[in-house]
Design a protein around this ligand. Sequence first.
Ligand code: DX5
Ligand code: ZN
Length: 220
Amino acid sequence: SRHNILAPSILSANFNHLGEDIQTVISAGAEYLHIDVMDGMFVPSISFGMPVIKSIRKEQNCFFDVHLMVQDPGRYIDDFVSCGADSITVHAEACTHLHRVVQSIKSKGVRAAVALNPSTPLNVLDYVMDDLDMVLIMTVNPGFGGQSYIPQMTEKILELRKKIQESGRNIDIQVDGGVNDQTIHTVLDAGANILVAGSAVFKGELAEKVKRYLNIMKEY
Ligand code: DX5
Ligand code: ZN
């Protein structure tokens, strides 16, 4: 059976008590910590970078799922590995030489993933798919937490699940953006197995939300 993982995104956390909130979601059973790095170029916002990740790593040994919304992310792979990333996701749209960047991530011994914006077709993955551990389907346009799920992405997840099945390889499908009580079943039904949730988890009762989503995910 499928291994479903919840990845709370700290982008929506209260940074005044970030460490405690991270401990709360991890203790409640979330397996990944989703870490959104934004550079003000690839996306309009600037979030946080290496020093913050490094500080969290001093207190946390959970899985760091680092999502780079950064132009030319190949410049920073070494830095993110040394500050504690376990998985690095780069955007296909942000890399002139995507294949090279993927190889560089793998050569560092961490998991490699590629993210696709909503308007980017799946076929950009055709010649790198065999090197990936995970594909991230953005279900909102990246840049901000709290946006609404784009309904056309359900079909994209389904198509990716089909491609992966045909390839016979075990590649995770992550979805990111607008995952909440209303959309969680939709993305699970379509075949996503790693669910990012930012505002849905961090704007409320953290532990309760994590446990509720994990219970839903167990049914798939
Ligand atoms: C958006 C980020 C997401 C964000 C999701 O650009 O990549 O990880 O935190 O937030 P929600 O779950 O609120 O849509
Ligand atoms: Zn993200």
